[in-house]
Design a protein around this ligand. Structure first.
Ligand code: HEM
Length: 219
């Protein structure tokens, strides 16, 4: 008889929260200390661009990851966890859309062409799939809500597709980090280490989020 993982999903969610803090710290040090900071309107166009990684990583990926693990990390009732799940995903979606608007605004103002890299294709697919999944799940599980049997049939697909979109977003962010690294011509310095560690920790975050999805709440 296979014995499963023998760990509680809740303990893994704690590691995910710690990674949330570590990644947010690294990214903030990078963008605000080593780089010029962020702005939505500025004559320094790079400040507009910098909003993109900030919103995509912290808002779209980290808050989106917290939304995914909320059923395992939130101590209250399942119905309250559902509201937390819905609200955190809404914050993730709004940040993702704003982050994409920021990079489009930057490119328009800098006179650069759009959507020619693999990163931009993966990113656009991730945000569109996320939006679609959100709308479908809202109607099926929140308002007006589908029949119980339909919800039950949809659930494994909702969980699987949600995880795939999340992993697509993490993969996109990794390619974005590499692109910006190359653009800045970083080499072996402190800033390069910060960017690379951000990417490594993001990968670990994705691994822990995925593990909480496949683990039962308690074993
Ligand atoms: C889930 C996260 C992300 C998504 C969905 C995403 C999406 C996108 C999209 C759609 C574009 C194209 C904009 C246009 O063509 O006008 C873009 C551009 C760009 N992004 Fe991201 N991005 C993400 C994370 C990141 C991160 C973490 C970085 C790191 C700094 C980054 C760096 C860039 C760069 C350098 C460009 C301009 C070059 C290009 O078009 O590929 N992105 N992103």
């Amino acid at each position: 008889m296979p014995r499963g993982f023998q760990i509680r999903a809740t303990s893994i969610t704690i590691l995910a929260h710690l990674l949330f803090i570590a990644i947010t710290t690294l990214l903030s040090v990078w963008l605000f200390h080593f780089r010029e900071g962020v702005a939505f309107n500025s004559s320094n166009k790079i400040k507009i661009f910098n909003l993109h990684p900030l919103l995509m990583v912290i808002g779209f990926i980290l808050v989106g990851g917290e939304a995914i693990i909320s059923y395992k990390s939130f101590p209250g009732k399942r119905s309250s966890a559902k509201v937390v799940h819905l609200l955190l995903h809404l914050i993730a979606l709004a940040s993702g859309v704003l982050g994409i608007i920021a990079v489009f605004k930057f490119k328009i103002e800098a006179g650069l062409p759009h959507m020619f890299t693999l990163h931009s294709w993966l990113g656009m697919s991730a945000i569109c799939a996320f939006g679609l999944q959100y709308i479908l799940a809202f109607f099926a599980y929140f308002f007006p809500g589908a029949e119980m049997s339909t919800r039950a049939t949809l659930l494994p697909w909702h969980r699987f597709i949600g995880l795939v979109i999340f992993l697509l977003a993490v993969g996109t962010a990794e390619t974005g980090l590499v692109e910006y690294f190359k653009f800045l011509e970083l080499f072996r310095n402190q800033e390069a280490l910060i960017v690379n560690f951000t990417g490594l920790l993001l990968f670990l975050f994705a691994a822990f989020v995925s593990l909480t999805v496949i683990l039962p709440r308690n074993f």
